[in-house]
Write a protein that binds this ligand. Structure first.
Ligand SMILES: Nc1ncnc2c1ncn2[C@@H]1O[C@H](COP(=O)(O)OP(=O)(O)O)[C@@H](O)[C@H]1O
Ligand SMILES: [Mg+2]
Length: 584
């Protein structure tokens, strides 16, 4: 048990970053008010002693001392609470910030190991629990000190009584600890089920529309119920042990107490102790039971929070597979010449890109085409510096992309995906994250041709965008996301199948927008659509991780079997035939 504490305190101090100053202050004030609580009982016994001796002067002094003990007790207590609040606030916010920073920097293996439900719980509840622990830990230390002082005081008056108290203390701690330990096993299980439940639940919420259309709801409900049942079982077991603790153990305690008091009475009868000592010992005995309860309940709280500590520790100590280190080149006037030189890359052992080389000019529109799974998106992932190539070099303006600072790179290379990510906030707020200048926002929206539509909405730029909301179509969201990308003033724009789920009108609108944007950007787009390929200045045909053809639409039609195949296949889809992506 002591080892457990030690480990906990070490981990806890590391995690919470509780400053030593706060910890000591908490410890001192808690010790302070507890000592005054003990002294109060002693002085109260003095009152009885001096009253029975009719010593008026000492009685008065004793009463004053009782009063002073109360006063100091409260002063210490108030300081303790103030420090606690400050520390709690500090722990909670620093821990949350650290967790947040960690979570946004992890690679995608991370979410395979830790579920989203766990993450959300950790960032919220676990962080609060840990913030609370400084108080609990000092409480624990000081309560132990309190019990020790009481033991000593009782020993001064009666050695046999002190021995009895000690035996009682040990037995009580032993029994309660056992029961609590059992209870906490089920508590842990219960917590695990809560994680699973919230994870599944959040998945259901994010895919609700599809789930409904595919009629999966009943099975999912069944699955949720299974988890709930397991939760209930653990809950019932936990309650069982906690009932034993709260009822059965108490019952035995009361029995022991009665025996204890009978012994005390006998001692008083044969003159070994006086009435004031009787009062004092009974007082201390009663409060010792309270102290022990506190020690045990803090111990079990520590055990509970240990789960939180472990979880948060796991998150914070997660090591990215390929931590990418950024350089210090902060030259911001990038032209946007993108070059891949013999790039080889794979996610695990399987090689996806098998020696890719190409150079893209600035102010041009390049299309990357090829069947699904050949590695087109992987090229973008590399360009976004989400991974590092195993071999070869990727450069922008002849500088290795990993040599740029995070800031310069982030503001020069941007991506727009098939399903743009937008926050459930107003259009304006979504744009504000990139550039809060209203003039710039309007300019960007005009350039992608969405400004007039936005101003025609009743709420204009204050219209709230929702993930599954129907007030704005997918295409319009796509255009807003495009405007947001333009606001970033990136030279290099990457578009990953942005038109694949759009209606033909919006798609052809986007085509115009891209033609306009390439005048002052380097654009690389991944596309399946023949009509999108046609507007490209140059097309790279990717097949099984290699570039098998490279040229203009016209040139490739004449010279590339692969390209002809892609064009023919996609043209067929225009007639409503299913292809590997969508029906047009
Ligand atoms: N994060 C990843 N971890 C492991 N394998 C991946 C990951 N992303 C993609 N892959 C695999 O790499 C291959 C190429 O994927 P991708 O570049 O997305 O192809 P494309 O965009 O051409 O359809 C696929 O076989 C895919 O399963
Ligand atoms: Mg892809």
């Amino acid at each position: 048990m002591i080892k457990e504490y030690k480990k906990f305190i070490k981990d806890y101090m590391k995690l919470s970053q509780t400053s030593k100053k706060y910890f000591i202050l908490m410890l001192v004030t808690a010790t302070g008010y507890k000592v005054f609580a003990i002294l109060r009982t002693l002085f109260a016994a003095w009152i009885i002693k001096y009253v029975t001796n009719t010593d008026l002067k000492m009685t008065t002094i004793s009463i004053i001392l009782v009063g002073l003990s109360y006063l100091f007790y409260h002063i210490m207590y108030i300081i303790n609470i103030k420090v606690y609040g400050k520390n709690m606030e500090f722990c909670y916010t620093t821990l949350q910030t650290r967790l947040f920073n960690k979570v946004i920097s992890v690679d995608d293996n991370f979410t395979k190991k830790i579920s989203k439900g766990k993450l959300v719980n950790s960032i919220n509840k676990d962080a609060i629990d840990i913030g609370d622990m400084c108080d609990q830990v000092t409480e624990l230390y000081t309560t132990i000190v309190q019990v020790a002082i009481v033991e000593i005081l009782v020993a001064i008056y009666s050695i046999p009584m002190a021995i009895l108290l000690l035996i009682y203390t040990l037995i009580y701690i032993y029994i309660r600890n056992r029961v609590d330990r059992k209870g906490s096993i089920y508590f842990k299980k219960q917590k695990h089920e809560v994680d699973r439940y919230s994870n599944l639940f959040s998945q259901i919420l994010s895919g609700l529309q599809e789930i409904k259309t595919f009629d999966m709801l009943d099975r999912l409900k069944h699955r949720l119920n299974e988890i709930k049942n397991k939760y209930s079982k653990s809950y019932i077991m936990k309650r069982k042990y906690f009932t034993i603790r709260d009822n059965d153990v108490r019952f035995i305690t009361h029995g022991v107490k009665v025996i204890f008091y009978i012994i005390l009475l006998l001692l008083m009868k044969n003159g070994s102790i006086t009435i004031d000592i009787l009062v004092l010992i009974i007082g201390y005995f009663e409060s010792t039971v309270g102290y022990l309860d506190k020690i045990i309940s803090i111990t079990s709280k520590i055990r509970e929070v240990n789960v939180s500590v472990e979880r948060i520790d796991n998150i914070l100590n997660y090591k990215n597979n390929n931590d990418i280190i950024y350089g210090d080149i902060n030259y911001d006037l990038i032209d946007g010449i993108v070059e891949f030189n013999k790039v080889r890359f794979g996610y695990n052992d399987k090689e996806i890109l098998k020696g890719i080389s190409f150079k893209v000019k600035t102010n041009s529109l390049t299309a990357i085409v090829g069947p699904s799974g050949t590695g087109k998106t992987s090229i973008f992932n590399l360009l976004l510096r989400l991974y590092k190539p195993n071999k070869g070099k990727i450069s922008i303006d002849d500088v290795d992309i990993y040599d740029y600072t995070k800031e310069v790179y982030g503001s020069n290379v941007s991506v727009v995906n098939q399903k743009p990510f937008i926050f459930n906030m107003s259009i304006r707020k979504n744009l504000d994250f990139v550039d809060s200048s209203i003039e710039n926002q309007i300019e960007a929206c005009k350039r992608v041709g969405i400004h007039d539509f936005i101003t025609s909405l009743p709420q204009g730029y204050n219209t709230i965008l929702r993930e599954n909301g129907n007030n704005i179509s997918g295409g319009q969201k796509q255009l807003i996301s495009l405007a947001r990308t333009l606001l970033s003033k990136s030279e290099i724009l990457l578009f990953d199948e942005i038109t694949s789920s759009l209606d033909p009108d919006t798609a052809s609108h986007i085509k115009k927008v891209l033609k306009d944007l390439k005048k002052d950007h380097t654009i690389i787009m991944i596309t399946h659509k023949p009509e999108m390929m046609r507007i490209a200045d140059r097309i790279l045909v990717l097949y099984e991780g290699k570039i098998v053809a490279d040229g203009t639409h016209k040139y490739l039609l004449e010279n590339s079997e692969h390209y002809r195949f892609l064009q023919a296949r996609k043209s067929a889809s225009k007639l409503g035939v299913f292809t590997d992506d969508k029906v047009l």
